[in-house]
Design a protein around this ligand. Sequence first.
Ligand SMILES: NC(=O)CC[C@H](N)C(=O)O
Length: 449
Amino acid sequence: MPEFPTLAKLAEDLESGRTTARKLVEACIARIADPAGEGQRTFLHVDKDAALAAADAMDGLRKAKAAPSRYAGIPISIKDLFDIKGQVTRAGSRALDDSPPAEQDAVTVARLRRAGFVVIGRTNMTEFAYSGIGINPHYGTPKGAWNRAQGHVPGGSSAGAAVSVLDGMAHGALGTDTGGSCRIPAAYNGIVGYKPTQRRVPLDGSVPLSFSLDSIGPLARSVSCCAILDAVLANEPIAPLKPRPIQGMRLAVPTTIALDDLDAEVAETFERALKTLSDHGAIIERIEMAEFHDIGPMNAKGGFAASESYAWHRYLITSKGDVYDPRVSVRIMRGEAQSAADYIDLLNERRSLIARVNARIAPYDALVLPTTANTPPKIADLADDKAFTRENLRALRNCTLINMIDGCAISLPAHRQGDVPVGLMLAGAGGSDRRIFELAAGMEAVIRV
Ligand SMILES: NC(=O)CC[C@H](N)C(=O)O
């Protein structure tokens, strides 16, 4: 598989004139169009003319020394969940086909454009962002990085986002993460995915799954690529990332739930990464997190996603229910049975959970855990609903813990070159985004021995 450049390398090449925005966009479009590749299933829409026009505009500004940032002209992909002015937002569904085109860009899309990034197209996703697996029965499922001849899932819901970065069809991707949807596809494809503290990045102009948990984040090829995109999304200055030395990092491994039922490759890779970190001087403590036991019962009636998505879908699903993926509609309809009191209980229980977990993890720099319990399953093995449900839960379980505690987290590739991709997740309390980036930058190079 070819190694594609980081945003820093692309910025250097643009600055020195070794490449241009037009060349970058043309190369991405050619890769998307390659009939032997995954482009057809990765993108739901590519506006070639608009991307080329934006690229030429950035090349012009750079020549005039007026580029809006060092990254101006770099093509990025946008998950189909976001509004792009003039385009219909379908959220990976057919139920929104008759919707009018968006009148304006989502706030996050507008921020990326303001920094000069070029929108290359809309990426495929699981319908309405449900599931961590990445299967879409309406538009096809892009094959993930692992064992392409056999066809393994890309992870989801930001499935096309991850594959677009993996295959050089874009150099960064805009995704969303409600229960792992930036981190899972990143882990399954050997790239980096980031879930920010929810409140840092505005949700305006994106289709909600669960507005309490939805977070908007990047998928890209390195920690610093994600930090750059995250800064743009949060409307913060793009500050150079100072990697934290591993020596002296205080890391906690939650032994409750997070290490249950791991595939052998996940367990081995995780333990090897911990050993490497400890050899480099990290102080690693395995801690019980009894609070995590509360989360399963909290979600027994479908959790926030059921009531919040049901509120959004209830009219649409009455008229268009037949075109929904039944695996999605069955989960949305769980919201019908939740009462207002159930929902209020959930809000209160979550508030208490966040306070207790934050107190427990306060002495540590970060939590460290496997991003997913499983390695990417074969697409063909998930035709059976039971197998799908089981693997979906194993994909989502660890990531969801962090959405429930209103935290932030990054998934880093931890496997050896050539092995099945396995992600290592570093997570912190809400608001510790900068620290998580600095810690991740410090360990990124050494954990992939
Ligand atoms: N969008 C996501 O992050 C997936 C999360 C969602 N909790 C699901 O179960 O499908």
